[in-house]
Design a protein around this ligand. Structure first.
Ligand code: EPU
Length: 336
């Protein structure tokens, strides 16, 4: 266990907040983590497991122990003519895994290419993009229970997955640390190209492969989303709101161009990016924080933003969307 005290979290949050952790602990094996959780130090401090810190907003210094996994392996644990089961350590970089699987021609996660973060967070956040979510390919999630150090395995149904939601973010929040995830991938992939302009982007290729889809997704993401290394952000800062169909119809009468997607059960999903843009926020700033001009769902650290700058900007956006549309948008980024 690599244990550091009063440690800057600047390299561990993509927003680029210069805050400190009282302790920062990195582990290479699951046993190391389980043993550490039984120590007096771990038992007497609050714990925060993080991945690449790509979905976090630190609101100040963290007076506890930030835990980071270096459990890195990727093993094929099942192999049939149609599919492979791949078990991956929580500290593997998500897009390295994606790249590896797409290069081997295994399908299922090509639409999730270039999402920042690590394997552990893919299972906690249920990451999603271009019509695919992590839950579509997750078989099971292995964890260590923080209170006991015991190992557990949750099958996908037990994870209670929903849009950017899992049991690890709700009922079991803070109680389990993900150590490995097993994914089911296809050897004869069915490509999913129906989201947005993905099919158009690939129209020059007669028979696209998963590697082609991966490249198209990377190209689209690069156009719309900031590169974390160049401009700090936490990706989408807000979730897309889901409203009852009747509320949507009333809004549509007033705003006929409002984009929308069916969300099941007489519910309609409305892109928060559109709502935020309509409220005039594109490119606006509060202190060093700004609304990204190419995708207003993303808040960026334009110029040494403080946590307060980001929080004030986010709250002003929420308030203005409520005032104009009577819709409450919720952050996707986790405030710490
Ligand atoms: N839009 C605008 N103005 C803009 C940009 C978008 O009005 O400047 C509207 C358009 O109507 C557009 C719609 O928003 O059709 C949807 O935009 P986009 O395809 O960019 O997707 P999104 O709903 O804004 C979600 C995810 C992204 C994911 C993309 C692609 C959430 C919170 N965000 O964004 O995820 O990459 O779809 O699947 O669901 C992330 O979670 O960090 C993330 C980037």
């Amino acid at each position: 266990m690599n244990l550091l005290e009063n440690y800057s979290l600047l390299p561990h949050n993509t927003f680029g907040m210069d805050v400190y952790a009282r302790y920062f602990a990195e582990y290479d094996t699951v046993d190391e983590l389980a043993d550490f959780l039984q120590t007096d130090l771990a038992r007497s401090h609050k714990l925060l497991p993080i991945g690449a810190g790509s979905n976090l907003l630190f609101t100040g210094d963290y007076d506890g122990i930030v835990l980071h996994s270096r459990v890195r392996f990727c093993t094929i644990v099942g192999d049939t003519p149609d599919e492979v089961l791949v078990r991956v350590g929580s500290g593997v970089v998500w897009d390295d895994f994606c790249d590896d699987m797409c290069a081997r021609g295994f399908g299922g996660i090509e639409n999730l290419s270039y999402i920042p973060g690590e394997i552990g967070a893919s299972a906690v956040q249920n990451i999603g993009a271009y019509g695919v979510e992590a839950k579509d390919v997750i078989v099971c999630v292995e964890t260590i229970e923080t209170a006991t150090g015991q190992a557990h395995t949750f099958d996908a149904a037990a994870c209670d997955y929903g849009y950017r939601h899992s049991i690890f973010k709700s009922e079991l929040q803070g109680q389990h640390i993900v150590t490995a995830v097993t994914y089911r991938l296809q050897k004869k992939p069915t490509l999913r190209l129906d989201y947005g302009n993905l099919r158009d982007t690939l129209s020059h290729i007669a028979h696209p492969t998963v590697a082609d889809v991966r490249q198209a997704v990377i190209d689209i993401r690069r156009q719309k989303l900031p590169e974390p290394a160049e401009l700090g952000s936490a990706g989408s800062f807000f979730k897309n709101p889901v409203v009852p169909a009747a509320q949507f119809e009333a809004l549509r009468a007033q705003y006929p161009t409002m984009p929308h997607y069916p969300a099941g059960d007489a519910q309609v999903k409305i892109p928060a990016a559109w709502l935020i843009e309509q409220c005039g926020w594109k490119g606006k700033t509060v202190g060093g924080a700004a609304v990204y001009d190419k995708q207003p769902l993303v808040l960026v650290n334009k110029n040494h933003a403080t946590p307060a700058d980001v929080q004030i900007l986010a709250q002003q956006i929420v308030d203005s969307v409520i005032t104009k549309f009577n819709i409450k948008i919720d952050p996707e980024a986790n405030y710490i």
